[in-house]
Every structure is written in C-alpha cells, then in structure tokens.
Ligand binder design. Structure first.
Ligand code: NDP
Length: 275
C-alpha cells in the first residue's frame, strides 16, 4: 500500500522534530505515512506547497516564517485560524485548501498536563510574532483575568491587541511592564534561539509565578533558568506544546487523536541523550 504524503514546510527546517513525531503517531495507529521536512524558499512557499500537492501530498504543517502566508493561501479557515491570522496545519477537502492553527491547543493542553491554572489567571505573553498570535484565541478561551502582550517592538503588541479587540487584552513594550507579578508568564519570543532572553524586569516574577518557554532544549533554557533564579515556582519548556500541536494536526488529518504522553517522554529521552 502506498504511504500517504505529509510534510512540514519551514525555512530553516533541518532542526524540525515533526517528521519523527508524526512517524511515532502513525506507528501507534497503524497508519502508513511518509512525512518529510521540506525547505521552501522565503519567497516561494505557495509554489512549494502547490508542487507538493501536485505530487500527491495530502496535507502539511507550516512553521516559521510561513504561517501568515499559509493563512492567505487558504480557501477555508477554522475559527481559530481565522481569529489568529496564522495557519500551521493545511489539508485538502473536496479540492479546497483548508487551514487550522493547532499551536494554541498544544500550549493549553501542555499547561493542563502540568496542572497550571488558567481560569482567572493574570497571564503575560512575551512576543508578538506568529507563535504569540496563534495561541491568543486558546488562552482567551480559558477565561483568564487578563492577558498582557509585551513585545520588544511595542507597536506589534498594540497591533495584536487591536486585531483581537478583547477587553482582557493589554499591550505594551518590555520597558512599560508594571512592577507586580503575573500568575503565568509565557515566552513566545525567538530570543532563546540566539542564546538571548527577553529584556524584561525580574519584578514580573513572584513566588507563585509559573513560567513557560515555547523553546525547548536538552537542558532548561536560558529563560527558564533566569525565571527560576528570580523565584518562579515552576518552569516548563515547549516540548510538550510541540508534541501537542502535532497531535492535534494529526487528528485533523486522520480523525483520531494519538497518545501524546509516550511521545513526549521518548523525545525528552532522545534530547537528553543528544540525539
Ligand atoms: P516570529 O519570528 O514570528 O516572532 C519572533 C518574536 O520574538 C517577535 O515578537 C520578536 O520581537 C521577538 N524577538 C526576537 N528576538 C528577540 C530578542 N532578542 N529579544 C526579545 N524579543 C525578541 O517567531 P514565532 O512567533 O514563529 O516563534 C517564536 C518562538 O516560538 C520561536 O522560538 C519558535 O521556535 C517557538 N515556537 C515553539 C512552538 C512549540 O510548539 N514549542 C510552536 C511555535 C513556535 P520583535 O517584534 O521586536 O522583533
């Protein structure tokens, strides 16, 4: 039987764990897939996706920097994708290209997995790029008390506030963050990829603050270590989010939700072994 073709598009993409993760899900559910990581030129995502479909591709994940371009390419969008303005999951339905965004599901599922309380929480989201945009609808649907978006470039945080137009959203630059701690701080910047951390005051961390870094690596990230050193009660990395968003994409394509926990455990083990 021919395998069903899926892939992830990004630039860069070599580092992607998505092929391995989707292969684990496919093995769990006895589905025969061929899932590849595909590098698309920065100005050539639409053509790359069309060639993939012409060669039999049925669906794809999309990562930086193509999530907004994928959004624009779609004929039909899920409610979450429509609200977030970014698509990370593409699939075909009666020749129409459909888009969804599963990043928010992945983040919230991981926060629930770690028993983080979001109802009535004061949440701080650092960053205003594609990842931040993608998770805002899911965070709002958890009924937080407030969601503050802070970004290095303050205008982009204000743009997101205007886009979502929800009275619980506040927006500011890093230097305008008021002293006083948050319940949950989520780092959705890409600063960690350059071995940096968002330049924010440690006064945002209190004894009960839980910090989440969307980036993950074998050891705690620089942001997690900084939060821990300034008294955060719990620091979590983005590995569970990565597996969770992939699982939701897989369920959109194949109609069945795979088991997330064993895949998180195995991926953590591989990371620690440097594989
Ligand atoms: P974008 O390029 O769209 O946005 C980057 C964001 O990071 C912007 O807000 C930018 O601020 C900020 N930033 C970059 N460098 C710095 C710095 N040195 N100091 C402070 N802020 C900085 O990227 P994405 O939103 O797509 O991705 C963000 C991160 O989230 C990435 O590291 C990505 O790997 C991770 N991610 C993890 C996922 C997971 O499943 N675990 C899923 C999706 C993303 P400015 O506007 O000022 O430039």
């Amino acid at each position: 039987m021919n395998s069903r073709q899926y892939c992830v598009f990004g630039n860069p993409i070599k580092q992607s764990r998505s092929p391995w993760i989707h292969q684990q899900f496919a093995s769990q559910l006895n589905i025969n897939i061929d899932y590849q990581a595909r590098l698309a030129p920065e100005d050539g995502f639409a053509d790359a996706f069309k060639s993939f479909v012409a060669a039999g591709g049925e669906g794809a994940n999309v990562t930086a920097p193509f999530k907004e371009q994928a959004w624009q390419l779609c004929d039909s969008l899920s409610t979450t994708a429509k609200a977030s303005g970014a698509v990370n999951t593409l699939y075909l339905e009666r020749d129409k290209l459909c888009g969804d965004n599963t990043d928010g599901f992945g983040l919230v599922a991981d926060l629930h997995r770690q028993q983080v309380q979001l109802i009535d929480a004061k949440i701080l989201l650092l960053g205003a790029g594609g990842a931040a945009r993608g998770v805002i609808p899911a965070l709002l649907s958890e009924n937080p008390k407030s969601l503050t978006i802070a970004n290095r470039t303050a205008s982009k945080a204000h743009n997101l506030q205007n886009h979502f137009s929800d009275s619980r959203i506040l927006a500011c630059g890093f230097d305008e963050l008021q002293a006083g701690s948050f319940d949950v701080i989520i780092n959705a910047t890409s600063a960690g990829l350059a071995q940096q951390r968002p330049d924010v005051s440690s006064s945002i961390i209190g004894a009960n603050t839980i910090c989440y870094d969307m980036v993950y690596q074998a050891k705690p990230t620089g942001f997690m270590t900084w939060c821990h050193d300034h008294g955060a009660s719990q620091c979590i990395d983005g590995l569970g989010m990565l597996v969770g968003q992939a699982a939701k994409s897989f369920s959109i394509w194949f109609g069945t939700m795979p088991d997330i926990d064993p895949v998180i455990e195995e991926l953590r083990r591989l990371l620690i072994q440097g594989k």
